[in-house]
Design a protein around this ligand. Structure first.
Ligand SMILES: Nc1nc2c(ncn2[C@@H]2O[C@H](COP(=O)(O)OP(=O)(O)OP(=O)(O)O)[C@@H](O)[C@H]2O)c(=O)[nH]1
Length: 318
């Protein structure tokens, strides 16, 4: 047995809020392959992503309490120990970094733990937003830092852009990593890890790549959980979302709509939002809101009040 086969390969998936990381992880799981442990780091206090990960023949574990790239705390180490001590060994570990995290910081764990082997860091970029994001005064540092040492970039959501915008998006990624392999994807057309094998060698990171600036993501970004037992009125929800402040970059979670039986997944990236039927009852109901710029964000009570107005009954439940 070679050293490489005695270790468990770790793939870290990074990319900014809403780029499509969970969508890609689900695609990998649905494509079959080895028994996988999926570790998900949600920035918010409600474990939304773990609910959104499809059921599979392995396990999904959550890494909570903020951004693990800022502090690889005991929770991450404990979770990793549980994975490594599993009675039926896992053959692959996939870690989804938080949308504000630096995936390389997480990958470093695989480089120092002898029973792990870093497969690669894959970063997703939203083709419809990446050019703006890397120049954004509020989030640009965080976004640029995520690309520092990845082996391959999935330029995702190509279905949302025309040829000209795609060229701009490609150039934006190239401006960060001139020689990185870029694979263009959309949620209906994503590669498996095996298909990406030719896209980069397993050590495809550049040793000379620029390290991410030291950013305290817990200070730069802030998250809230909106938890209500009530049901939303669809039209009122549309009005409420319009009233949310522009500092809110991401909303995701589960909710119920008045008059509809199934649980809905609520997604908002930037100001574009959608509702779709949930595959499963959420372990933790609620909607997570992630915003940037803690100083000029309204207090949580104001944000809650905006969403409360979307409830089917005028008065908010509990
Ligand atoms: N049109 C389009 N939508 C996509 C694509 N990939 C993902 N989405 C949608 O984008 C939204 C965010 O996708 P996620 O996979 O949750 O993104 P994420 O990077 O995991 O988000 P965070 O974990 O919050 O950072 C969801 O509504 C997805 O359905 C794509 O290729 N095209």
């Amino acid at each position: 047995m070679t050293a490489a086969s005695a270790t468990i390969p770790v793939t870290v998936i990074g990319g900014f809020l809403g780029a499509g990381k969970t969508t890609f992880v689900n695609h990998l799981l649905r494509s079959g392959g080895p028994r996988t442990a999926v570790l998900v780091n949600d920035f918010g206090e409600v474990n939304v992503d773990a609910t959104l990960i499809a059921s599979h023949d392995g396990t999904t574990m959550t890494l909570t309490n903020g951004c693990i790239c800022c502090s690889i705390g005991t929770s991450f180490i404990d979770t990793m120990c549980r994975v490594l001590d599993a009675a039926v060994p896992f053959e692959r570990i996939v870690i989804e970094a938080s949308g504000v995290g630096d995936p390389w910081k997480i990958a470093e764990i695989a480089l120092i733990e002898p029973s792990l082997r870093l497969d690669r860091v894959i970063v997703l970029a939203d083709a419809s937003r990446i050019a703006q994001l890397i120049d954004d005064a509020r989030v640009g540092d965080t976004v640029r830092g995520q690309f520092g040492r990845c082996a391959v970039v999935l330029l995702n959501k190509t279905d949302l852009v025309d040829a000209e915008a795609l060229t701009v998006a490609r150039a934006a990624v190239r401006s960060l990593r001139p020689d990185v392999r870029i694979v263009e994807t959309a949620q209906g057309a994503m590669p498996t890890l095996a298909e990406l094998e030719t896209a980069a060698s397993s050590s495809g990171f550049r040793a000379d790549a620029v390290d991410a600036a030291a950013i305290d993501h817990g200070t730069t970004f802030k998250s809230w959980a909106y938890r209500r037992a009530g049901q939303f009125d669809r039209n009122r929800l549309a009005c409420a979302v319009d009233k949310l402040p522009p500092q809110l970059l991401r909303l995701k979670g589960s909710c119920r709509l008045a008059g509809e039986d199934d649980v809905k997944v609520f997604q908002m990236v930037d100001s574009v939002w959608s509702l779709s039927p949930a595959d499963a009852e959420p372990a933790e109901p609620g909607i997570v809101l992630v915003g940037v710029g803690t100083a000029d964000l309204p207090p949580q009570a104001d944000l809650d009040a905006i969403l409360d107005r979307a409830l089917a009954r005028a008065e908010a439940a509990s």
